[in-house]
Design a protein around this ligand. Structure first.
Ligand code: MRU
Length: 348
């Protein structure tokens, strides 16, 4: 299994996703501030992985505190949560995980727990989120794998794989499950400029699993669709609004429009923790703007003329009307999403 992140007695260990695929190295975060830095610098990335990393960051903060009582720790707990919440704005899994920890801490405090109990319970909650994430990916795989063709090309954008989760992946979990079901899938991985999550990470992890993979530049998808080489698209998500509008890596929206034009199904795979019914439509989703250097430079080499204007939004929003289905661990949602989301929330 790909070791995206792991709790160790010394701290949280991350595979360094900024170095893959050329170097497989690890970063050990021994403080919650270091976990926050690891999220900001994209050593760890991908919505579910960010959420669980933040949970472990809070656990680390609790383990390392010198506060002797829960009351003395309470303001520090708030500082830890605020620091981790300030790392990246778009993936709602981050805020979902922090809110879950806040609720737990509130309950323990109200029940008069000791500091030793708080440390133990917070760590146990982070471990539970880790295990639940892998289980959700496996269940999404079972639901989504059945939707893919028995034989054909599947396009994915960015990396929604084991590296973006605690293991197995959301979109890549669906592909992995289809392959495990005996389907003959060839994956087309969009390179995903500017951070190249597709070319570097999706290609690396699928090759580790021996799944046939072809990297294409982001501007090649239309031509391949026209040539009949792509039969389905599966992507992940960073936040799904109450009406089904979906934020994911910049460029996802382009792919969705192309898929619709070519009559190709376009699926989003995401755990329930990515659904944010408090956000009514995609227009309300905060979109992270990242450093212009990611666009102006590659591998330390400048690509663009000095002083040129640069735009670098990390995500875009695909309107719900382009989405054939949203694959979750509770089942596959179909349009109209406002209704199917409500129904599935009630049955589960
Ligand atoms: O900026 P990143 O690499 O964190 O963006 C990741 C994505 O957009 C993924 O597709 C999304 O988080 C889903 S990961 C299962």
């Amino acid at each position: 299994m790909i070791p995206t992140l792991a709790w160790t007695p010394e701290g949280v260990r991350f595979i360094d996703q900024t170095k893959l695929p050329l170097e497989e190295s690890y970063v050990l975060a021994t403080t919650y501030e270091q976990v926050a830095d690891v999220i900001v610098t994209m050593v760890v990335r991908g919505a579910p992985a960010i959420g669980v990393s933040a949970a472990y960051g809070i656990a680390l903060g609790a383990q390392k505190t010198t506060a002797a009582t829960v009351e003395a720790f309470a303001p520090e707990f708030e500082t830890i949560c605020a620091r981790l919440a300030g790392t990246r704005p778009t993936a709602v899994n981050l805020f979902w995980a922090i809110d879950r920890m806040k609720r737990l801490f509130g309950k323990l405090r109200a029940a008069g727990a000791t500091m030793a109990e708080v440390k133990e319970k917070i760590l146990a909650e982070a471990h539970a989120m880790y295990d639940e994430d892998i289980a959700a990916c496996k269940t999404m795989g079972a639901f989504g794998g059945a939707l893919l063709p028995d034989k054909g090309g599947v396009l994915t954008h960015c990396n929604a794989g084991a590296l973006a989760t605690c293991g197995y992946g959301t979109a890549l979990g669906v592909i992995r499950a289809a392959v495990e079901q005996g389907k003959q899938i060839e994956v087309f991985a969009d390179e995903t400029r500017p951070f190249l999550q597709g070319a570097r990470l999706t290609a690396w992890e699928l090759m580790e699993d021996g799944i046939p993979t072809t990297v294409i530049c982001d501007n090649m998808a239309a031509s391949l669709m026209h040539a009949g080489r792509i039969h389905a698209v599966v992507v992940g998500a960073d936040r799904i609004a109450a009406n089904g509008d979906t934020a994911n890596k910049i460029g996802t929206y382009n792919v969705a429009i192309l898929a619709k034009e070519h009559g190709i199904p376009f699926y989003v795979a995401a755990p329930w923790s990515t659904i944010d019914t408090a956000t009514r439509t995609g227009d309300e989703i905060p979109i992270e703007e990242r450093s212009p250097v990611e666009v102006t430079h590659h591998g330390g080499k400048q690509l663009t003329p000095n002083g040129v204007g640069i735009c670098n939004p990390a995500f875009d929003v695909t309107p719900a009307k382009y989405i054939t289905g949203i694959i979750t661990e509770r089942g596959v949602l179909r349009a109209p999403y406002a209704e199917s989301l409500k129904e599935m929330e009630l049955v589960s």
